[in-house]
Ligand binder design. Structure first.
Ligand SMILES: [Zn+2]
Length: 121
């Protein structure tokens, strides 16, 4: 694939951000519109070869590629042993599991810190 000027990629990323932001806003009232906005965002990603950051990537089901929102059409659970996040798509039933390592959890979530305190107390 030919190299695209970075400003076009920047523009594409801005559009993806706007589309996903609106999709999240609309998800509760108008899921159909949200799905459409998200699928357009996903198509732009593919066209411009853009890899979404993790928090945006998890808005799409790994199975059916649909837009999934926790609390609406996705179930998010935290498993304790091993520490993992489990995201279940309620559209197709696909379960995505991400194991949280100690290092990552120290940075992003303070779960392990709290546990350390509990053990000392
Ligand atoms: Zn799915």
């Amino acid at each position: 694939m030919k190299d695209l000027p970075s400003r076009i990629k920047d523009l594409a990323m801005q559009r993806i951000d706007i589309l996903l932001e609106n999709a999240l806003k609309n998800a509760r009232d108008n899921m159909k519109l949200a799905q459409r906005q998200a699928s357009i965002a996903r198509r732009i990603c593919m066209k411009f070869n853009i890899r979404l950051p993790y928090e945006k990537r998890q808005l799409f089901c790994k199975g059916c590629k649909k837009f999934i929102v926790p609390g609406l059409n996705a179930l998010v659970r935290v498993e304790s042993r091993p520490k993992a996040i489990r995201i279940k798509c309620l559209e197709c039933g696909h379960v995505y599991r991400k194991i949280i390592e100690r290092k990552i959890s120290d940075q992003n979530l303070n779960i392990s810190n709290d546990e350390d305190k509990l053990q000392k107390a």
